[in-house]
Ligand binder design. Structure first.
Ligand code: BES
Ligand code: MN
Ligand code: ZN
Length: 498
């Protein structure tokens, strides 16, 4: 689907979208179309429950008096409350409504109505952004689809007075969509296709954008003493990898670092998971995919920031070489870990990936992303991701970026009493608390033991956010790409030089 911006003009074909506010207040275009169609819109309004609310569409097929095949009057609700996210939702819902109809071309006529604060160019760019985000589809393995089962939209035209301004505003958003879709593809791929080496190879392709990408294998990681990460991967026939990505778009500032859990498949290991639903564990690398996607977004829009991404890539398998419950491993930090449950593997991977990140890049801020616990799903479901932070300002920034992008975060507590639950009688720390209580928090406390003094750190438990069972306005069901929009926004807002 091609996105284009042009000056307002009634098109000769396709679908034309006009706006209305709450209380059935038609925008200028809708009023104009009502006249051109001899009152067809007014009659349709009378025949419907359409009120102009922010989620409502009123569709007129083959209206007389105009050449277009279809008119959609799209509600925007209260104009004063209309914001960028609402505009994204409009774009996404239009794609969803039209993609199965056979329609090829849609033109959305952007205008400010009433006391709308959202500027026209921003409105236009965000409609296009939402449209592209929703248009995503992972269908490369569906070889038998008939043409009428495929998405039909080819052109998404945004008609707006200042088309040049809108196009300029859309530039970086367009790059972010590419990055989100890259992440979605990585997460959607099955584990026989995406495993540590192939995921590392995907990260390597980003050198094209000016990112410096390095890949460490088992030999290098053994030298570095990464016993925690390597222990998780030792049962797999796939070689574990650690990938670093550097973007030097800033001055001499210390970087902001992103660290991702990349378990390309999580069987649980010897502490094996039940069969039902185990296929979901192909997306246990979503944290690493979000980090890779964020680095892609920053590089492709040439962000003025120094950023690094570090991802630990392993496959957690049971086998004759797999680690056993009770094994004690030595992490790169020197701390010994008693592995009481081989299914609590993500934290073991992150312990070494985070330590390596801090030793190598001396970041001022480090944010890790991981599909870490089922417990965060129990606590927050699929609406908010869980956020932990050792710094209130970073927590506020993350929360605000979550609100602004729709990738919501809820701050969870850290406290010494939770930390104590991870003390091991046999080693420095154990990888499970042994209690069913506070499972996401104790996982975060485990990670905190691998955060160096003075490093501002946040952990995002995204187990509930990486995959969606149903469509939402800007995310078709499946891999969401959660984290890319959030972190790109965080960087743009707080970490880029002016
Ligand atoms: N990858 C899982 C967490 C997960 C569960 C992600 C469901 C997405 C959906 C993680 O490695 C895991 O298995 N965690 C265990 C920890 C437990 C053994 C302490 C869990 O949450 O059950
Ligand atoms: Mn696990
Ligand atoms: Zn896992």
């Amino acid at each position: 689907m091609k996105v284009a911006f042009a000056k307002p003009e009634i098109p000769a074909s396709g679908t034309l979208v006009a706006l209305a506010a709450d209380g059935r207040r038609l925008g200028k275009l809708a009023g104009q179309l009502d006249k051109a169609t001899k009152g067809a819109i007014t009659r349709a309004l009378e025949a419907s429950r359409f009120k102009g609310g922010a989620e409502e569409f009123l569709t007129l097929l083959a209206p007389a008096g105009v050449d277009v095949a279809r008119i959609i009057v799209a509600g925007i609700g209260a104009p004063g409350k209309y914001d960028a996210l609402a505009a994204q939702s409009l774009g996404g819902r239009l794609v969803a409504a039209l993609n199965g109809t056979g329609e090829k071309d849609v033109s959305v006529w952007i205008e400010q109505i009433g006391d709308m604060k959202l500027a026209e160019a921003e409105f236009a760019a965000n409609v296009a952004y939402g449209a592209r985000l929703r248009f995503y589809r992972f269908d490369k393995y569906k070889t038998k689809e008939k043409p009428e089962q495929k998405p039909s939209l080819r052109h998404f035209n945004v008609l707006v007075a200042d088309a040049a301004d809108a196009k300029r505003a859309f530039g970086p958003m367009d790059k972010v969509v590419d990055a989100v879709n890259f992440t979605r593809d990585l997460v959607s791929e099955p584990a026989n296709v995406i495993y540590p080496e192939t995921l590392a190879a995907q990260a390597k392709t980003l050198t094209e954008l000016g990112l410096e990408v390095k890949v460490l294998g088992v030999k290098e990681m053994t030298k570095l003493g990464m016993g925690a990460l390597l222990g998780v991967g030792q049962g797999s026939s796939r070689e574990s990898q650690l990938v670093t990505m550097q973007w030097n778009g800033g001055g001499k500032e210390k970087p902001i670092a992103f660290v991702g859990k990349g378990v390309t498949f999580d069987t649980g290991g010897i502490s094996i998971k039940p069969a039902a639903g185990m296929e979901d564990m192909k997306w246990d690398m979503a944290g690493s995919a979000a980090v890779i996607g964020t680095m892609r977004a920053l590089a492709s829009r040439k962000a003025k920031v120094n950023a690094v991404g570090v991802v630990g890539l392993v496959e957690n398998m049971p086998s004759g070489t797999a680690q056993r419950p009770g094994d004690i491993v030595t992490s790169m930090s020197g701390q010994t870990i008693e592995v009481l449950n081989t299914d609590a593997e993500g934290r073991l991977v992150l312990a070494d990936a985070m330590w390596y990140c801090q030793e190598t890049f001396k970041p001022k801020v480090m944010i890790d992303l991981a599909t870490l616990t089922g417990a965060i799903l129990i606590a927050l479901g699929t609406v908010y991701g869980g956020m932990y932070a050792n710094d209130d300002e970073l927590a506020r920034q993350l929360e605000a970026s979550g609100k602004a992008t729709g990738e919501l975060l809820w701050r969870m507590p850290l406290a010494p009493a939770y930390n104590k639950m991870m003390d091991s009688p046999a080693a420095d720390v154990k990888n499970i608390s042994g209690s069913r209580n506070a499972g996401s928090i104790t996982a975060a406390e485990f990670l905190q033991r691998f955060v160096q003094k003075g490093v501002i750190w946040s952990h995002l438990d995204i187990a509930g956010m990486a995959w969606a069972d149903k469509d939402s306005p800007t995310n078709p069901r499946g891999a969401t790409g959660y984290g890319v929009r959030l972190l790109d926004h965080l960087v743009a807002k707080h970490y880029e030089e002016a």
